[in-house]
Ligand binder design. Sequence first.
Ligand code: FES
Length: 127
Amino acid sequence: MTEIINVIDQGASPAAQPANSYYERHIFFCLNERKSGEACCAQFNAQAAFDRCKIQIKAAGLSGPGKVRVNKAGCLDRCAAGPVAVVYPEAVWYSFVDLEDIDEIVESHLKNGKVVERLLTPETSGR
Ligand code: FES
């Protein structure tokens, strides 16, 4: 992870993308909802965060081929740190709290390639 962060901090493009990667980056938001009452990202406004990210990416002109794709996901199996989102190809995991956190991820990481370290999901957080 540290190596990836260093590469991004140096302003480099995501490392070694295959020629057919299509998008520069993908961000996946867990929107999983559990009817059982068990903890899940949907309980913590994950849908609003996803919606905010879509809007911000589009407004910044970052959506589309060669740019950024924002996608829904089911459970990413890191529920204890939820709500979570993950950015590829760097495989950087974020745990966010509010919509301002999403704005920061968009501006810093998705737009400028700089990881938002204060929002990184703890490495050992699983389900
Ligand atoms: S419910 Fe979101 S990671 Fe499992």
